[in-house]
Design a protein around this ligand. Sequence first.
Ligand code: FE2
Length: 451
Amino acid sequence: MQTVSQSKPYSLKDWQGGNCSLKEEFDYWIEDVEGEIPAELNGTLFRNGPGLLDVNGRRITHPFDGDGMICAIAFSQGRAHFRNRFVRTEEYCAEQKAGRMLYRGVFGTRKPGGWLANTFDLHKKNVANTNVIYWGRKLMALWEASHPYHIDPHTLETLGIETLNGALHKGSPFAAHPMIDPGDEHREPRLVTFSVKPGPLTTITVYELNLDGNVVEKHDHRIPGFAFIHDFAITPNYCLFFQNPVTFNPIPYVFGLRGAAECITFHGERPTKIWVIPRHESKPVHTLEADPCFVFHHANAFEQGDRIIVDSVCYEDFPKVDHNLNYQETDFDNMQPGQLWRFDLNLKSKTAKRDLLVSRSCEFPFIHPALIGQRHRWVFLAAAHEAEGNAPQQALLKVNVETGEQEVWSAAPKGFTGEPVFVPKPNSLQEDEGWVLDLVYPSFIILEKNS
Ligand SMILES: [Fe+2]
């Protein structure tokens, strides 16, 4: 029998290089530039993510438990300036002062002392590591299970807990994926977001903030069963929530044996429920059932008469979280790929069907910001280098969801891509006329459409 050795487009060692702590905080003009930074590109790109993957040498067991670090890349007249700062959460400050790990993590990190030290400790360490958004003249670091932190956009100094002028209190859950509704000639732009309080009955709270950052609409909805909802989609009239078919067994979490996310079980025999919640009026809430799948992120949604179209990245299973597995040794071959699907929701017939748009492993969809809630054609994603199978993201994919046309840019074999950010050119006429910005370990790129 002949043995065929198949080489991969990446080495796990290179990938591991991007999964370690960055303890230093920097502040400098970027001088090492290949090509030219477009002079028309002005403004600041803020990014957030886990920057500290150990506490004084004790490793955390999953990157999602890492303390949030914000990077700001400011573009001005063809130059770029870099700055990074950790979010000084209460827990980050306490651990840095103590010089040791003091808290459990939601994704399985346990503080020293075994199960006895962790049992009945249900405090959720706010790592403020998932997203950062500028709205209402405020920069906020977000983590969905607790309150936002207010950050100075110039210095990245942490200014304290953000309550949205009293609408939230300390510890209030607040989603990490708010949507900016761009509005139109009749409606001013709004920040639309939500919180989830999971339980046997889950409460979803929808918030809408005006341009001044004040909460101008807030409504609660109780849905049966546990819900793990990380992201949502909006249209001018609706918020869309996908209730993944999962259950939660709190016992190992309460007894300090497992992190909360490790206690989630996916049920491939149950449908994914889609909650269509009206944004403004007391119209009925619609519940639709789709094929079983797990969704973290949505690209966009838009209305077509009695139908709503939603493009989302789906998995056939919930990616396993287990603190006994070393994430540095992640076996990408044995994980399900995320794939881009189009859901067609019919509010009249109460049906939901879905079609595959992109089979290549992909995540982190992004569209033209002015088309949120409107019909879009182009979606930008981080994707695997190869079209088949599953692998870490090394490429950027641009897909026309109407024609199927695709363009791939790849950083393989040494580079690894993150969520792309599309920035339209000033006065652009075409939907894809602009720049794609991406943090690509170990560098940073700007891709420009030549038009
Ligand atoms: Fe996310």
